[in-house]
Design a protein around this ligand. Structure first.
Ligand SMILES: Cc1cc2nc3c(=O)[nH]c(=O)nc-3n(C[C@H](O)[C@H](O)[C@H](O)COP(=O)(O)OP(=O)(O)OC[C@H]3O[C@@H](n4cnc5c(N)ncnc54)[C@H](O)[C@@H]3O)c2cc1C
Length: 485
């Protein structure tokens, strides 16, 4: 079928030839090129990045992904892999001035094999995380990655960003849950590493290399994931605290007293809660009084006949005795548990509805969290007095979403965005932290990463990129800058 170039956004002859070749391999429903059909794929989740692609490839299987890669090489097109397009740094769309395609994995969404004896599942990369959760629920199994975007984010995208989420400190990041991978490489060859093995030291850990590679080294087409037994019970508490120092101590007591049962420790501040309640009035303040900080803690276990509520109360007893906890609520039902979690999970929404904001996804060693938040707050207040700081995140792994809103009554940051972010990142680095904790670099942070990387690390990353993608066609300009010289 010859595409009608008059309707195409970039009506150049070479694009038309490339489209024809791709349609011949993928079929008309496997390659979209009309502007309206491409629109949902062209811009990122936050609508900050994205160019109109030559087309959107929607392969149905690994052979079609490989054929698409070979054709793109031939026609000089770059390839941006796209999962659920929920990434927060512009990694899943084209960079400015790039000529290329979006390769959507959405049609490759099957469960390939489930091994209940070995506690593994093999899935295609386009399976949505929530779909996997639903499929496993029938088998009394679980995949322990949970995040706010789980209704759209795909397994391939989660691997490519090495996603974290609220249970990472117990079960690890996405890369820690991957046992095997199938990847289409930049020359169109397929690496079949779909071995369902935890212990596999027969050479370099290639599966690890692709976790967090953001589509720059290859396209993940299948994954073997490590499963857990489904939890039979949960106990959840919402604690009101005077500050981050107290939260760190409570966290330490809980870890020591409840061990491997502790599966989440999520914090948010009164600033964030006030914004949320202002904009989402169906939610309510669960404590009678306001407190500077709130900590949601949860135990879970697959073991039957365990009284997790009693364990949680016992686990918190020392912290109560030490006067570390100002007030506490233990969820008496799944509805109440849901209400606790909703406050934490809707934190980003409250701030989004307030208006313009600057997001920083950073991490520091856990013991540095209180100091980091205090110093970073002072640093941004020096740049812009009155700025509203809304830190929330994951106490167990030191990951803070250090997000800023302009001073009350102001609609913008008075052109101080760069200075504010610089202050946050400088404080992060001074505390031995990472400027990109769980959302990756995408195109938003690639220059920042380049500036702050040590020379040896910078050179190593470029050598890896050059070795696997010598022609720089796999999501160029992400992770390492476009010019590789
Ligand atoms: C409301 C909300 C909450 C979120 N919460 C969290 C959180 O708690 N923790 C967290 O870590 N992240 C979170 N995120 C960010 C986002 O959900 C994750 O980065 C997620 O892993 C992206 O998956 P995706 O399928 O949407 O990938 P996309 O956004 O489509 O792509 C992300 C990157 O992966 C690459 N990619 C996608 N699929 C493949 C593939 N098959 N092969 C190779 N490369 C590929 C893309 O090229 C891009 O570089 C949140 C996002 C939102 C909107």
């Amino acid at each position: 079928m010859k595409p009608d170039v008059s309707a195409a956004p970039l009506g150049e002859g070479r694009d038309d030839t490339a489209r024809e070749a791709l349609i011949s391999v993928l079929g008309p429903s496997g390659f979209l090129w009309e502007p309206a059909a491409m629109a949902p794929f062209a811009r990122d989740w936050l609508n900050r990045y994205g160019e109109i692609p030559v087309g959107v490839a929607r392969p149905a299987n690994t052979a079609e992904v490989a054929a698409t890669v070979r054709l793109c090489r031939e026609h000089g097109l770059v390839i941006v892999s796209q999962g659920g397009n929920t990434g927060l740094n512009g990694g899943s769309v084209l960079g400015a001035g790039q000529r290329g395609i979006i390769l959507s994995l959405a049609r490759m969404n099957k469960l390939v094999t489930l091994d209940p004896l070995g506690f593994t599942v093999t899935v295609e990369a386009g399976m949505v995380l929530a779909t996997l959760h639903d499929r496993l629920a029938d088998e009394a199994l679980s995949f322990p990655l949970h995040l706010g975007a789980e209704g759209s984010a795909q397994i391939g995208g989660l691997i490519a960003t090495n996603a974290g989420g609220s249970h990472a400190f117990r079960f690890g990041m996405m890369g820690d849950c991957v046992l095997g991978l199938e990847v289409v490489l930049a020359d169109g060859t397929v690496w079949d590493g779909t071995r369902a093995l935890l212990k596999d030291n027969a050479g370099y850990q290639l599966r690890r290399l692709f976790a967090g590679s953001e589509g720059t080294l290859g396209i993940v087409t299948q994954a073997v994931l490590r499963l857990q037994p489904a939890p039979r019970g949960r106990a959840t508490a919402l604690l009101a605290l005077d500050g981050m120092e107290q939260a760190l101590e409570v966290g330490q007591h809980l870890r020591r007293n409840t061990g491997e049962m502790l599966s989440a420790m999520e914090f948010f501040s009164e600033t964030g809660l006030a914004l949320l309640l202002k904009h989402v009035p169906v939610l309510s303040r669960l404590f009678a009084e306001t407190h500077p900080l709130y900590l949601l803690v949860e135990l879970s276990s697959a073991a039957a006949h365990l009284d997790l509520d009693a364990l949680l109360e016992a686990g918190l007893a020392e912290a109560f005795e030490a006067g570390l906890i100002a007030d506490a609520l233990i969820a008496a039902s799944s509805v109440q548990r849901g209400a606790f979690w909703r406050l934490r999970e809707e934190m980003p929404e409250g701030q989004r509805l307030e208006g313009i904001q600057i997001k920083h996804d950073v991490s520091v060693p856990v013991a540095q969290l209180a100091l980091f938040i205090a110093e970073a707050t002072r640093a941004v207040e020096t740049v812009q007095p009155g700025i509203r700081v809304n830190p929330f995140g994951h106490l167990g792994d030191g990951n803070v979403h250090f997000n800023l809103s302009p001073p009350e009554g102001r609609a913008d940051f008075s052109q101080q965005e760069a200075a504010l972010s610089e202050a946050v990142y400088a404080t992060t680095i001074a505390h031995g932290g990472s400027i990109a904790a769980e959302h990756g670099l995408g195109q938003a942070k690639v220059e920042l990463a380049e500036r702050t990387r040590d020379n040896v690390e910078r050179a190593l990353m470029k050598r890896i990129k050059r070795a696997l993608d010598p022609d720089n066609i796999m999501n160029p300009g992400k992770v390492v800058p476009d010019g590789l010289a």
